[in-house]
Design a binder for this molecule. Structure first.
Ligand code: 13P
Length: 251
């Protein structure tokens, strides 16, 4: 049995004051015991969130990390070892906003993935197609390429301690959600690709769906056989909405 995971990606949102409010709201949530819950604040606020959520069963992670595991001369970056030191247990790798806006390529992402794991962080690899790619019928090919490049570099074994998130770019922040069937098709393909390398790892790996998930559509999405939780953007900035999504993953 795969334990569902719901992770809130706060992206580049928040101030010290709004983060304090959000922490207050998160502390009050009744969370389902069978669901792992995490939040991913901007780095600047990780310390505030780790301290503020002490004693609450919510893990804290980062949205990005450096390609090098240990601290050193790399201006502007934050190493996975520093994130672990700050209390993080997971880190996003390859969010589409970083792939598309900052030009992060697959080879760089494999390095980040490996660096994170070497420091004990769980990498959460994001994959997904653009609208143009979907309309051209290339969804499965694009996703397979993104996943395949990490498998090729690090082996399927690396997914024993990792999570995959399928986030169709056209569904992010647009209010458009993939239908449960559209998402399930891609999730099944991701699992099949891993299974071709290592069936046991494929059975155990959690594959999250992300893209305009709200409390109102979460139950249906999380009800699909290969959807093991969600990566939540906008809706994770509202503690009550986020709590309702976490409860949907527990059903
Ligand atoms: P939204 O939930 O705001 O669409 O964002 C999804 C996302 O990109 C999470 O990483």
């Amino acid at each position: 049995m795969r334990r569902p995971l719901v992770a809130g990606n706060w992206k580049m949102h928040g101030t010290r004051a709004s983060v304090a409010e959000l922490i207050k709201g998160l502390r009050q949530l009744a969370l389902p015991s069978g669901v792992e819950v995490a939040v991913l604040p901007p780095c600047l606020y990780i310390n505030q969130v780790v301290t503020g959520l002490e004693g609450k069963a919510i893990a804290v992670g980062a949205q990005n990390c450096a390609v090098e595991p240990m601290q050193g001369a790399l201006t502007g970056e934050i190493s996975p070892s520093q994130l672990a030191d700050a209390g993080c247990s997971l880190v996003l790798v390859g969010h589409s906003e970083r792939r598309l806006v900052l030009g992060e390529r697959d080879d760089v992402l494999s390095r980040k993935f490996a660096a994170a794991q070497s420091c004990g962080l769980v990498p959460l690899l994001c994959v997904g197609e653009t609208l143009e790619q979907r309309q051209a019928g290339r969804t499965l090919e694009v996703v397979a390429g993104q996943l395949g490049s990490v498998i090729e570099e690090l082996g399927a074994g690396a997914f024993a301690k990792a999570v995959v998130a399928y986030e169709p770019v056209w569904a992010i922040g647009t209010g458009l959600t993939a239908t449960p069937q559209q998402a399930q098709e891609v999730h099944a393909a991701i699992r099949a690709q891993l299974s071709a390398e290592n069936a046991e790892i494929a059975r155990g790996v959690r594959i999250l769906y992300g893209g305009s998930v709200k409390a109102a559509n979460a139950v249906e999405l999380f009800g699909m056989p290969d959807i093991d939780g969600g990566l939540i953007g906008g809706a994770s900035l509202n503690a009550d909405e986020f709590g309702a999504i976490c409860r949907a993953a527990g059903n």
